[in-house]
Design a protein around this ligand. Sequence first.
Ligand SMILES: Nc1ncnc2c1ncn2[C@@H]1O[C@H](COP(=O)(O)OP(=O)(O)OP(=O)(O)O)[C@@H](O)[C@H]1O
Ligand SMILES: Nc1ccn([C@@H]2O[C@H](COP(=O)(O)O)[C@@H](O)[C@H]2O)c(=O)n1
Length: 233
Amino acid sequence: MSKALVIAIDGPSGTGKSSVSKAVASRLGVSFLDTGAMYRALAWSCVDAQIDLGDADAVAEHCRTFDLRMGMNPKSPTVAVGERPIDAEIRQDAVTSVVSQVATNLDVRANLKQRQRDLIAQGAEATGGCVAEGRDITTVVAPDAPVRILMTASEEARMARRSKQLKVAVASTRSQIVDRDRADSTVSQFTTAADGVVTIDTSHIDFRQSVAAVLRVVQEVLDGDPELSTSAG
Ligand SMILES: Nc1ncnc2c1ncn2[C@@H]1O[C@H](COP(=O)(O)OP(=O)(O)OP(=O)(O)O)[C@@H](O)[C@H]1O
Ligand SMILES: Nc1ccn([C@@H]2O[C@H](COP(=O)(O)O)[C@@H](O)[C@H]2O)c(=O)n1
């Protein structure tokens, strides 16, 4: 019987973990889970429901009941609450600037951790594997994943990437990158690799080289474990 190829990737903002994870999952033909999108969806849903983000109990209660639906095809990942797609809404500044408030709520983290584990299992069941990325995947959500990677990059590289991506001045990306990481790091450890986690520094390599670096780590693990497979079933 073959084992599922679960690939856990963590890292701070702007290291390229979402785009690289998506490309890796596409190349391997496995599922893709963007766990940051789940926290963003909750933040959006709380605002939409006019829940005070400072009210930790109300946010946690909303988290327990909101109907979050994640599409895990890496070629077209989707996020919806009920029937409503919110892919664009969750990328807006209004969500980015408040998402850490819900992500630092420990009841929320416990609930989303369980949902993430279930989704990774479903994704792996459907395709033989799942690339899941975020900030606590290698350490909390999937600490037993056969492949665990921490993507890092210098603050300058990360701010420059976000500036290019959003077509805004480099200085204006500081709150999205540095301040958000500071807030997020009060509950998750994603700047140094835990035991057994491979670090890939993308500061001086381009996107394609980052994808290739992750695929090399995956191949090494596959070569060393004949029970691992990427085929569904
Ligand atoms: N070497 C590189 N590796 C990966 N991505 C890169 C690289 N150079 C530039 N980029 C670009 O950096 C941008 C940010 O990438 P991405 O959104 O995947 O980062 P992230 O780590 O998931 O950030 P966040 O956690 O804030 O969502 C993308 O436009 C991506 O194409
Ligand atoms: N495993 C994770 C993933 C994300 N978060 C929180 O979600 C925010 C948005 O993440 P992006 O990757 O989409 O930028 C992030 O700032 C964290 O607050 C998390 O806590 N754990």
